[in-house]
Design a protein around this ligand. Structure first.
Ligand SMILES: C[S@@+](CC[C@H](N)C(=O)[O-])C[C@H]1O[C@@H](n2cnc3c(N)ncnc32)[C@H](O)[C@@H]1O
Length: 253
C-alpha cells in the first residue's frame, strides 16, 4: 500500500513559500528514512493489494499508453513500482521522477534488474525540470497526498502535459461503506501505524499515514480542484471499496 506518511498538512492555503519549502524538506527526509523498508512495508501492510491498484491504473491508461511515440512521466515515483507497470505496457519512453534520492536509488536498481529502460530524474513536483508540453501522461501513485501545495503541482503537471495529455492520480480515499468503513479505519488508524513502526524501525512516519489520508480532500473536492487548475474530462473511480481512488483528467486541446 503506498503507505505514504506525511509529516505536515499538505495543502494549507495559508502556508508561506518558506513553510512549504520546510514541509517539503521534511517529506523528503521522512521518505529517505524509510526508503530501505518502503517496498516491504507497502506489500505487507496492503496484503499485496498495492500491486493490483497500480496494475488496474495502468490497464485503465492503455489508451494513452498506446499512442505512438508517447512520453510518460511517473511523478513522485518513489521506488518505481508504477513506472515498472507502465513500462511493461508501452514501448514508449517512461521517466520516473522524485525528489528523494534514496527512494530513486532503489528505483534505479529495480529498473536495472527488470532490464527495463526507464530513466530517472531527481525533481520537485512543484517545480518540474521538464519542458512545457512534453508528456502525454503524468501519473502519480500515492504521491499526490504528500505534495505540500496541490494547486502548484497541478499547474506544473498541466504545463508539462501536451494538449490532450492525461493526468492520473492514484491515491487513498476516505472509505465510506457502513461496514467496511469502520473495519478499515480500525486497521488503518490503529494496527497499521504500529506494524509500520515496528517493521521499519522508524518511529513516527507510519503514524502520519492515516492522518494524511484524513486530511486529504474528498474525491469530489479533488475533482473540483483539478477542474479549477485547467483539466477537463475529470473523473474518479474507486477501487477496493473506496480504499483507493483513481482520479483522471485531460489537458484541453
Ligand atoms: C508514498 S511514496 C509513493 C511512491 C510510489 N509512487 C509508489 O507507488 O509506491 C511518495 C513519494 O512522493 C515523493 N514526493 C513527495 N513530495 C514530492 C515532491 N514535492 N516532489 C517529488 N517527489 C515528492 C516522496 O519522495 C516519495 O517517494
Amino acid at each position: 500500500m503506498s503507505i505514504a506518511p506525511t509529516p505536515s498538512p499538505s495543502h494549507e492555503p495559508a502556508q508561506s513559500p518558506e513553510e512549504r519549502k520546510e514541509a517539503a524538506k521534511r517529506v523528503g527526509r521522512m521518505f529517505g528514512s524509510i526508503a530501505h523498508r518502503y517496498d516491504l512495508l507497502n506489500h505487507l501492510l496492503s496484503f499485496g493489494t498495492d500491486y493490483y491498484w497500480r496494475w488496474v491504473a495502468a490497464r485503465k491508461l492503455k489508451g494513452v499508453l498506446s499512442r505512438p511515440g508517447c512520453r510518460i512521466l511517473d511523478l513522485c515515483a518513489g521506488t518505481g513500482d508504477l513506472a515498472l507497470v507502465l513500462k511493461r505496457r508501452t514501448p514508449s519512453e517512461v521517466v520516473a521522477a522524485d525528489f528523494c534520492h534514496p527512494m530513486l536509488t532503489i528505483a534505479r536498481e529495480k529498473f536495472r534488474r527488470a532490464r527495463l529502460p526507464i530513466s530517472t530524474t531527481e525533481a520537485d513536483a512543484l517545480a518540474l525540470p521538464f519542458a512545457s508540453e512534453s508528456f502525454d501522461l503524468v501519473a502519480l501513485a500515492f504521491g499526490f497526498r504528500n505534495l505540500v501545495h496541490h494547486e502548484t503541482a497541478l499547474s506544473e503537471i498541466r504545463r508539462v502535459l501536451k494538449p490532450g495529455g492525461e493526468i492520473a492520480i492514484l491515491e487513498f480515499s476516505q472509505v465510506r461503506g457502513a461496514l467496511f468503513g469502520p473495519l478499515f479505519r480500525f486497521y488503518f488508524r490503529f494496527l497499521l501505524p504500529k506494524l509500520g513502526s515496528l517493521i521499519s524501525g522508524v518511529r513516527g512516519p507510519y503514524q502520519y499515514l492515516p492522518e494524511s489520508v484524513s486530511r486529504f480532500p474528498e474525491r469530489e473536492s479533488l475533482s473540483r480542484t483539478m477542474r479549477e487548475c485547467g483539466f477537463e474530462s475529470v473523473a474518479h473511480r474507486d477501487l477496493t471499496g473506496g480504499v483507493v481512488t483513481l482520479h483522471r483528467g485531460t489537458r484541453p486541446v
